[in-house]
Design a protein around this ligand. Structure first.
Ligand code: SF4
Ligand code: SF4
Ligand code: F3S
Length: 383
């Protein structure tokens, strides 16, 4: 990722493919990465050569990464990689012309780097953090200017705008009631061009890698749902990809965090899991080299990829009301409309099987068997 190898740069005129070869990435590994990315993006495997050709011939795309009102968790998520993968190398190979956390430059030199990139135009603008509007925007100032001014200026010449993380979408925790800073997401400010939302608090790193590869391959951002989330990644619910789903279907629920069910990895619905109404690829991509994710660690999903997270998902440890019984898919439209504010069209789009789901099946997630002992408790019962 950007972090471990900040000095990794292409030589002038060098393509991404040439640079990967110079870094010891074998042709076989490179093509395997292109194939997997094509699948993740919802393309046929046959599209892999197109992805490979684009990456092999692309020159460095310029990236400006603004960090506005945020906690730096999104940057941490993207950079927490012990061993750089080919995907992270692709991200390394973008020309990161400005990033408050990751750039080596400081002060006027840093601002000049951003100005030069903006003058050249055609860059990818990544934004983490919300935009505070109260009190004239004084809650986030960089180089004497408000977050809103900085964002509006940087968005003007951007070829693509990527809002990275829940803060950049809907304000997240800063926008939680009573929202003292007047925090809003990027789409409240930038309305004259599409903004893709890499949702999550923080988002899954592989999703941004795939989004950048899509942009490099096709010169445009991937198809998105009504909330701006790329469908290749956010087309399926956590609940439909969850390794604990067998326990849900078997009526085996964790009731307390130290009970037998918790120790045995049962379903977390009764302790507040929002997986049934949350669209995200967390169970597929995970974090820390695909070793962990919230539910995998025994914590309920708190729905951090959903519209207006935080307020719409609080209280986190209270179970979803009236989700229904077995065959939970039947009620997703109602859940989406009433609790997450999704449009019917958005939900319909989500209901389609995606390439991510194909990956889920390819990974052969463990099948949890129902021991069949005793009557099954109803998930629609009292919490
Ligand atoms: Fe931090 Fe979450 Fe906001 Fe990212 S989305 S900056 S992890 S609070
Ligand atoms: Fe997994 Fe949560 Fe669904 Fe249970 S309720 S199966 S823990 S997503
Ligand atoms: Fe967020 Fe739920 Fe994934 S809390 S990180 S969407 S498991």
């Amino acid at each position: 990722m950007f972090g471990p190898t900040p000095t990794l740069k292409l030589a002038p005129g060098e393509s991404i493919g040439e640079h990967l070869a110079s870094q010891g990435v074998s042709r076989r590994d490179f093509l395997a990465f292109c194939r997997d990315t094509a699948i993740v993006l919802g393309l046929a495997e046959a599209a892999a050569p197109q992805v490979a050709h684009a990456l092999e011939t692309q020159k460095r795309p310029s990236v400006i990464w603004l960090e506005l009102q945020e906690c730096t968790g999104c940057v941490e998520s993207i950079t927490r990689s012990n061993d750089p993968t080919i995907g992270s190398l692709v991200l390394d190979l973008v020309s990161l012309d400005y990033s408050d956390t990751l750039m080596a430059a400081a002060g006027h030199q840093a601002e000049k780097g951003k100005d030069d990139a903006m003058k050249a135009g055609g860059y990818v603008l990544i934004v983490t953090g919300s935009v505070p509007l109260n009190e004239g925007g004084v809650y986030t100032m960089v180089a004497g200017r408000t977050a809103k001014e900085i964002l509006e200026e940087a968005a003007k010449g951007a070829a693509a705008v990527i809002a990275l993380g829940a803060c950049a979408h809907w304000g997240s925790v800063q926008a939680a009631k009573p929202n003292p800073t007047g925090a809003v997401g990027v789409r409240e400010i930038i309305k004259d061009k599409p903004v893709i939302n890499i949702a999550g608090c923080p988002p899954v790193p592989d999703v941004i890698t795939a989004t950048v590869v899509h942009f490099l391959t096709f010169g445009k951002l991937p198809k998105a749902d009504s909330e701006g989330r790329p469908l290749f990644a956010y087309g399926a619910r956590i609940h439909d990809q969850c390794p604990r789903r067998g326990h849900f279907d078997a009526g085996q629920f964790v009731e307390n965090f130290d009970d037998k069910g918790a120790r045995e990895g049962w379903c977390l619905y009764q302790v507040g899991c929002k997986g049934p109404q949350t669209f995200s690829p967390c169970p597929i991509f995970m974090w820390n080299e695909k070793t962990s994710w919230p539910i995998g660690a025994g914590h309920p999903c708190i729905g951090c990829t959903e519209p207006h997270f935080w307020d719409t998902m609080a209280p986190f440890y209270k179970r979803l009301p009236d989700v229904g019984g077995w065959g939970i898919e039947q009620s997703v439209d109602r859940i989406g409309a009433t609790l997450a504010g999704l449009t019917v069209a958005g939900v319909a789009a989500h209901a389609t099987w995606t390439a991510v789901d194909k990956m889920r099946r390819k990974r052969e997630l463990p099948v949890v068997t129902n021991p069949g002992a005793g009557p099954r408790p109803q998930p629609g019962g009292e919490a």
